[in-house]
Design a protein around this ligand. Structure first.
Ligand code: PLP
Length: 399
C-alpha cells in the first residue's frame, strides 16, 4: 500500500470544530431537553436577500437556454472581475489581476502551492486555522519529512499589544498571513498599523496574504477594507476575499483573489502568471450560477442588501457584547466584525467553554483552538437568528 503523506500526520490544529461538535453531542445526549444555542461557528444563518437570490435564480435559468449557456471559465466571468475591481478597488486592477474562486478558504489552500515546501510562514496568533493547517499540509512549514510547525512564526496578538502583533517577530523572506477584521479576535487594524505591516513586508522581502473576508463589516473609516488602500502594496501582497459572510454565500461558494502584475518571486518570475496557471491546472473555476449571484450582489440593489445583512449581524454582535460587558467581562470585537473575543483571565478556554455550555446551554469557541495566545479567551459568533441571540444573551446574564 502507499505511504501516507507525512504532512497530513503533521496537522494538529484541525481538531477544533469536530471537538466542539463532539462535546455538543455528548451534552445533548445527557440533557435531552436542553435547547442548545450555538454562538460557536462562523456559518451564516440568514436567507440570501431577494435581489441577490434572484441573480442566482436567473443564472440557473440562463444555463437552460442556448444563448445563456456557458461552460468552463477558469478565472471567472469578465463582467464580475470588472465589477469587483470597480466596487472594491476603485477600478485600479485589470481583470487579469482578479481571479474568481469558490471561496477564500479554498484560495488560501491553493495559494500555498505558489511557494511550496520549506516556505517560512508567519501568522497572527490566534488565527483562522487554515493558515497554519494549510501550510503544514503543503509541507511549507517544516519540509516533507519535517516537524510540522518548525517553520511557522506565531505573532501573538494580545491585550498587551492591543491585538496587533510585534512585526519584529516576522522572519526574513516569509509568507505572512494577515486577517483584518480578524477572525477570531474581531480586531481591525487601522491605516497606520497596516502601513507598518506593508513596510515590514517590503523590508523583509516577504509577501502578505491579506484575508479581507470580513471587510464588509467595517464601519469605522479609520479601518482600511483592503490592504491595497496602503501604498506600495502591489509589490508585496495578495488579497483574498469572499461573498460568504456579506452575501450569505457560505453554501453557494464564491470568492476572489487579487494578484497584482507587479508581484514577483525572488527570481523575478511573475506570481500572477503562476496563479493563473494554477487556476487552469487544478481548479476549473467557480460555479457560473454563483457568479451570476455575485454580479447581482455588486449592483446598487445588491450592495444595499449586503449592507442590510452585515448591519443585521453587527446588531447581533452588539447584543452579545453588551450582555458580556454587563457581566463585567472584558471583550473586544463586534464593532467592525461579527466576532466578539472575551477574556477570562487565568482560566482555561475549554473549561470556560464547558461552564458556559453547562450553565447557559450556549455553544462558543474556545480561544486556544485558534493558537496558543487564544488561551483564556472565548470567541462568540454573531451569526444567528435574532431570537436565538436574544435568548442566548438572556442566559449569559445568569452565567
Ligand atoms: N477567511 C476567514 C478569516 C474566515 O473566517 C473564513 C470563514 O469563516 C473564510 C476565510 C472562509 O471563506 P470562504 O467561505 O469564502 O471559503
Amino acid at each position: 500500500m502507499l505511504k501516507r503523506n507525512p504532512c497530513i500526520a503533521n496537522i494538529k490544529a484541525g481538531y477544533l470544530f469536530p471537538e466542539i461538535a463532539k462535546r455538543r453531542r455528548e451534552y445533548a445526549a445527557s440533557h435531552p431537553d436542553a435547547k442548545i444555542i450555538s454562538l460557536g461557528v462562523g456559518n451564516t444563518t440568514e436567507p440570501i436577500l431577494p435581489h441577490i437570490n434572484a441573480g442566482l435564480v436567473e443564472g440557473a435559468r440562463r444555463l437552460g437556454t442556448v444563448e445563456g449557456y456557458s461552460g468552463y471559465q477558469d478565472e471567472g466571468i469578465a463582467a464580475l472581475r470588472e465589477k469587483i475591481s470597480s466596487v472594491f478597488y476603485g477600478g485600479k486592477f485589470s481583470i487579469n489581476e482578479i481571479f474568481i474562486s469558490d471561496g477564500a478558504k479554498c484560495d488560501i489552500g491553493r495559494l500555498q502551492l505558489l511557494f511550496g515546501a520549506g516556505t517560512k510562514v508567519a501568522v497572527q496568533d490566534p488565527s483562522y486555522p487554515v493558515y497554519v493547517d494549510g501550510s503544514v499540509l503543503t509541507g511549507a512549514a517544516g519540509g516533507w519529512e519535517g516537524v510540522g510547525y518548525a517553520g511557522i512564526a506565531y505573532l501573538p496578538c494580545t491585550a498587551e499589544n492591543n491585538y496587533f502583533p510585534n512585526l519584529d517577530l516576522i522572519p526574513q523572506n516569509s509568507l505572512i498571513y494577515f486577517c483584518s477584521p480578524n477572525n477570531p479576535t474581531g480586531a481591525a487594524a487601522d491605516r497606520s498599523q497596516l502601513t507598518a505591516l506593508v513596510k515590514t513586508a517590503l523590508n523583509k522581502s516577504s509577501l502578505i496574504v491579506f484575508d479581507a473576508a470580513y471587510s464588509e463589516f467595517v464601519r469605522d473609516p479609520a479601518v482600511p477594507k483592503s490592504i491595497y488602500e496602503i501604498e506600495d502594496t502591489r509589490l508585496c501582497a495578495i488579497e483574498v476575499n469572499s461573498f460568504s459572510k456579506p452575501a450569505g454565500f457560505t453554501g453557494v461558494r464564491l470568492g476572489w483573489s487579487v494578484v497584482p502584475k507587479e508581484l514577483k518571486y525572488s527570481g523575478g518570475e511573475s506570481v500572477n502568471a503562476d496563479w493563473s496557471r494554477i487556476a487552469s491546472t487544478i481548479f476549473n473555476g467557480a460555479s457560473n450560477i454563483a457568479q451570476a449571484g455575485g454580479l447581482a450582489a455588486l449592483d446598487e440593489e445588491g450592495l444595499k442588501e449586503i449592507r442590510a445583512l452585515t448591519d443585521f449581524y453587527l446588531g447581533n454582535a452588539k447584543l452579545i457584547r453588551d450582555a458580556l460587558q454587563k457581566k463585567g467581562i472584558t471583550c473586544i470585537g463586534g464593532y467592525n466584525s461579527p466576532y466578539i473575543w472575551a477574556h477570562f483571565p487565568g482560566r482555561d478556554s475549554w473549561e470556560v467553554f464547558s461552564e458556559i455550555l453547562e450553565k447557559c446551554q450556549v455553544i462558543t469557541t474556545p480561544g486556544v483552538g485558534f493558537g496558543p495566545a487564544g488561551q483564556s479567551f472565548i470567541r462568540f459568533s454573531a451569526f444567528g437568528h435574532r431570537a436565538d441571540i436574544e435568548e442566548a444573551c438572556k442566559r449569559l446574564s445568569v452565567f
